[in-house]
Design a protein around this ligand. Structure first.
Ligand code: ZN
Length: 160
């Protein structure tokens, strides 16, 4: 369907997502749907973007046993018990904070999962498949306990 000519609008919203543990899958689909509704965009795209290098955005199925499988797979990609140079605070000098905690595994896992998902908006809705949900995955449990929330930017671009 060809979309009629109308003004392009851009809406930005930052979701504050409270996470609490390592490999927590947080379904943020409803929050993204809410942001789309607020934007009044009927046809366009929505970008869901994590501002963190240790929390990822993915589209997957929210089936509890499958989420447990994912945790095993992600832990296998970069085991939390393995050695990472990023965790060697004796020799590392870059991006060191006072409250730095070892999270080399979190970054390496994120490398495979990515920071964002882009979804079309058609007639005011994301045309998600029956089982598709948008998740933020917390890859750093220590960080999650240090900060109040994670930030996920939702940018909606389209025509109303
Ligand atoms: Zn780090």
């Amino acid at each position: 369907m060809k979309v009629s000519e109308s003004v392009l609008s851009v809406t930005n919203e930052t979701l504050k997502i409270s996470s609490s543990f390592y490999l927590e899958f947080i379904d943020i689909t409803e929050q993204v749907e809410h942001a789309i509704k607020n934007s009044n965009v009927l046809n366009g795209i929505v970008v869901v973007f994590s501002k963190h290098t240790t929390s990822a955005i993915v589209i997957q199925e929210n089936e509890p046993l499958l989420l447990e499988d994912f945790k095993v797979v992600i832990e296998n990609i970069a085991p939390s018990s393995a050695n990472y140079m990023h965790n060697d605070f004796e020799t590392r000098t870059v991006h060191m904070h006072e409250d730095e905690l070892p999270n080399g595994h979190s970054h390496c896992q994120h490398l495979y999962l990515g920071s964002s998902e882009t979804v079309p908006i058609i007639d005011g809705k994301m045309p998600l498949g029956q089982w598709q949900r948008i998740f933020m995955i917390e890859l750093d449990g220590d960080k999650a306990s240090q900060v109040e929330f994670r930030e996920v930017v939702v940018q909606i671009l389209g025509q109303s």
